[in-house]
Design a protein around this ligand. Sequence first.
Ligand SMILES: Nc1ncnc2c1ncn2[C@@H]1O[C@H](COP(=O)(O)OP(=O)(O)OP(=O)(O)O)[C@@H](O)[C@H]1O
Length: 232
Amino acid sequence: MINAVEIKRLKITTKEQELVNIDFKIEDSTALIGQSGSGKSLTLKTILNLLPSNLNLDFDVDSTFELNSSNIGFIPQNPFTSLSPMTKIKNQFFCEEEKKKELFKIVGLEEKFLERFPSQLSGGQLQRVVIAIALSNDIKLLLLDEPTTALDEKSKQIVLDLIKKLQDELNILILFVTHDINSIRDICKNIVIIKDGTVIEKGKTNEILSLPKTNYTKTLINSTFENKEFRK
Ligand SMILES: Nc1ncnc2c1ncn2[C@@H]1O[C@H](COP(=O)(O)OP(=O)(O)OP(=O)(O)O)[C@@H](O)[C@H]1O
């Protein structure tokens, strides 16, 4: 069966204001893109059922599977804080030893890293551990929240290549949240662009990148290139 999640209505309000009011589909691999404060984190928290209690939610979703923790894997921004520092990596997730080795192979890590503590790995290696742990649950949907922001350029590329490989090889949906539209150009087939809590553009990645309709999208595309120039 082909999995898909159709978010028909996701509306988040406080007593005073509307923060988010969007609808979009998660098909194959979809990127949710917007600048700071556009509503990316609140959208992820809604899908993960972790919205703060001071916010009101109106959520209507059609999904081929139940949106619960056994079906959804979550990769946060910072791998350095997502693992327990005093526990060997092999004891941070629960499945057969053979499956742990198999998962490490999939994410491109040597088996010996299972015996190590998180502080003995680089950021890029840790993020691959976090991805392996997420995959240990036979998930249907992988949520990625700016997964490369805390990494150096080399690790960033390794993790992006891994996500692309997973997308090609595994039958899981991917929702990749980022402000960096150019980082997902080879990974995500679809793009949803949000601004101030509303969707302003959505469609196939190649079409949006080659013919952006709004100035906001043009700015997002150009800003990464400018940043790259700046970093050189
Ligand atoms: N618990 C809350 N109570 C009131 N307003 C909130 C709450 N959480 C977030 N907001 C507001 O909702 C809007 C969207 O926030 P959100 O964290 O989803 O943005 P974002 O796109 O993830 O930004 P960033 O990239 O900086 O994380 C912002 O204006 C933010 O100030």
